[in-house]
Design a protein around this ligand. Structure first.
Ligand code: GDP
Length: 140
């Protein structure tokens, strides 16, 4: 059994539609514990730094604008195989390709406004968690 942590963001399209609790219920029913959570409005500089790996992509500017267009909820999730488990319940990036029952299939508005972010590896999870949270803010 590998207990892991992953990093999650409920994106501005989700907070705008008041879906924080609905999505959190899906997270918790997948046996992921929300061990840290805060609502914040990203600055453009924070969004650009967070998505720096996508800096060369054509959609980088739009993505950063979108991520700063409203509040987000940053979270640390803990559970067995948390990284892969959360990616599974999130669904594919493009909601048109996301499996039935996934968060993105159910709630995403578009490939960009796709409701949630989840780390794609344990290494990135550790980096992303420390970008947003201090150890004191994480209560496992
Ligand atoms: P993820 O790991 O499933 O979130 O997908 P990626 O790491 O490839 O992309 C990061 C985020 O960029 C996605 O979650 C979307 O919000 C956004 N994104 C991805 N592809 C596109 C695209 O083709 N156009 C736009 N506008 N945004 C995109």
């Amino acid at each position: 059994m590998t207990i892991q942590r992953t990093f999650s963001i409920l994106k501005p399209d989700a907070t705008r539609r008041n879906l924080t609790g609905t999505i959190n219920a899906k997270i918790e029913s997948a046996n992921l514990r929300i061990i840290a959570q805060k609502r914040l409005k990203l600055s453009l500089a924070q969004a650009q730094a967070f998505y720096t790996v996508h800096a060369e992509r054509a959609f980088f500017g739009e993505l950063c604008q979108f991520m700063t267009s409203g509040p987000v909820v940053a979270q640390v999730l803990e559970g067995e195989n948390a990284v892969a488990n959360y990616r599974d319940i999130m669904g594919a990036t493009n909601p048109a390709n996301a499996a039935e029952g996934t968060i993105r299939r159910e709630f995403a508005e578009s490939i960009e406004a796709n409701s949630v972010h989840g780390s794609d590896s344990p290494e990135n999870a550790a980096k992303e968690i420390s970008f947003f949270f201090s150890d004191l803010e994480i209560v496992g």
